[in-house]
Write a protein that binds this ligand. Structure first.
Ligand code: NOJ
Length: 500
């Protein structure tokens, strides 16, 4: 076991390797010592410690994990028969990515997945959420599969299982085969919904002997708006509202069709659900009236995706007016196919809600200019979001099983003179969000696991490599991975099953 001094020396010489990191007892590293006679604590404080811990732990068996996505980490875009995706096309279009980078190499996870599984293991995580690149499996989107493409995920899954880490696979994390954009106009057509279901069935049939949890589609609300409404994400479209609502309908339909296709093709017991960043509605002040108003806002502001998935109908307010999507009653039945869980990506409070005597029953407080943000200006810290979003989803829609499929923040992540990244901003953010998650689970909100975004720095879409979300720093020149201080924080939290 390394002494504190050795630890400091390792960090100073930037030799904080994966193995050393794994071997470090948290007690000797970074001053995270458990109470001991030698630590100088008084008898009184020592006695009160176990009680405090008992109150603040997460449920027994709570699943701790990390998350990534294919285009953001894999690289190897031309290997083993992978076809191009809309993100390859978009990132290679001048003016789309702030630092002019692409995901061509990204974090080179395709070649370094074994090393990366060891990074997960060093944290003590027991689950990994990754996504499958559709164009690796079907380079043309439909038609002939490319078995070599799926082989990468076979290798990854086997490596995870051999290391005691449960694979959680997302089927769509935005890298649509370019061929489908060219042939059908991508999600503007329901042909893409059908193609997504066929691809999902193919993958589930081959992986569900080992992968027990599948997420259908990641963050519909983001890629519909940014990719099809304002052109900031692939495929870079700027559609009018009615067409945008139709795109959202096709995505919801694709989700529902995939749920059914997975049930038909996967091994019995395979679990499936969405991974959505619900529009988050937080009571501005926790009064019964505001809480009720926030629940109503939640339903209304998520009308086009979570609400229709979980209720089987669009709210009347969403259908009023000229922009309503076109759909059939059968579409709604498919979209609302029963789920095993709901995955929630939780980052930031979208709205603080106040009860009001108006038609909607609420007003949304404007954000003052002085509201703080993390490194990314969109990422306003509001730790209570982590309490309210799962609580609303459980209460409003009677959902019995929830995973937090993403949560995390970017930071400036400058190495200090000793080479270490002391990302206390990320630790502050995580500590506060996790405390709120613990509050939720202690009140019985049915959250069974948490996936931190992200395992390591990666390609952050339009922000290129300028926003780093990893627990591990990646030097994109050498691909060297090194733990930030937050990796120790997460490791300690997992070991205690309580916020460190
Ligand atoms: C959610 C997305 O799913 C993920 O791809 C992205 O990197 C993070 N948010 C951070 O922006």
């Amino acid at each position: 076991m390394a002494t504190r001094l050795q630890t400091r020396e390792m960090m100073a010489s930037n030799q904080f390797s994966r193995r050393q990191f794994a071997g470090l007892a948290a007690a000797s590293a970074l001053g995270l010592s458990a109470p001991s006679a030698a630590s100088g604590q008084t008898d009184r404080s020592r006695k009160s410690e176990p009680k405090r811990r008992a109150r603040s732990t997460f449920p027994k068996g709570f699943l701790w994990g990390t998350a990534t996505s294919s285009y953001q980490v894999e690289g190897a875009v031309n290997e083993d028969g992978r076809g191009p995706s809309i993100w390859d096309r978009f990132a290679h279009t001048p003016g789309t990515i702030s630092d002019r980078s692409t995901g061509d190499t990204a974090s080179d996870h395709f070649h370094r997945y074994k090393e990366d599984v060891q990074l997960m293991k060093a944290l003590g995580t027991k689950a990994y959420r990754f996504s499958i690149a559709w164009p690796r499996v079907f380079p043309e989107g439909t038609g002939s599969p490319n078995p070599k493409g799926l082989d990468f995920y076979n290798r990854l899954v086997d490596e995870l299982l051999a290391n005691g880490i449960a694979p959680f696979a997302t089927l769509y994390h935005w890298d649509l085969p370019q061929a489908l954009q060219d042939r059908f106009g991508g999600w503007t057509s329901r042909d893409t919904s059908k193609a997504f279901a066929d691809y999902s069935a193919y993958v589930a049939a081959r992986l569900s002997d080992r992968v027990k949890h599948f997420f259908t589609i990641n963050e519909c609300s983001r890629f519909v708006h940014l990719g099809h409404g304002i052109g900031a994400d692939a495929p870079g479209l700027k559609l009018p509202q009615a067409e945008l609502n139709q795109v959202r309908h096709h995505v919801a339909l694709g989700h529902g069709m995939a749920v059914r296709a997975i049930r038909a093709s996967a091994r019995a017991g395979t679990k499936v659900g969405p991974a959505e960043n619900a529009v988050s509605c937080i009571p501005a002040i926790e009064t019964p009236a505001n809480i009720r108003a926030a629940e109503m806002a939640m339903r209304e502001l998520n009308a086009g995706y979570l609400t229709v998935i979980l209720e089987g109908k669009y709210p009347d307010t969403y259908l009023a007016g000229k922009d309503a999507p076109k759909f059939t009653a059968e579409d709604l039945r498919i979209i609302s196919s029963p789920l095993d869980f709901v995955g929630l990506n939780v980052y930031t409070p979208d709205h603080y809600v106040i009860a009001a005597e108006n038609e909607r029953g609420f007003t949304l407080a404007p954000f003052p200019a002085s509201f703080p943000h993390m490194k990314a200006t969109w990422l306003r810290p509001g730790p209570e979001t982590m309490y309210w979003v799962p609580r609303h989803v459980a209460k409003v829609w009677n959902v019995k099983s929830i995973y937090i499929t993403e949560n995390g923040t970017s930071g400036s992540d400058q190495p200090a003179a000793d080479g270490t990244i002391y990302d206390v901003d990320r630790i502050m953010y995580l500590r506060n969000y996790l405390a709120q998650l613990q509050r939720a689970t202690s009140e019985g909100v049915p959250v069974s696991g948490y996936f931190l975004w992200s395992l390591m720095d990666n390609f952050e879409w339009g922000d290129g490599f300028e926003q780093r979300f990893g627990l591990y720093h990646v030097d994109f020149e050498t691909q060297r991975r090194s733990p930030k201080l937050s990796a120790s924080f997460y490791r300690e939290t997992i070991a205690r099953n309580a916020v460190a």
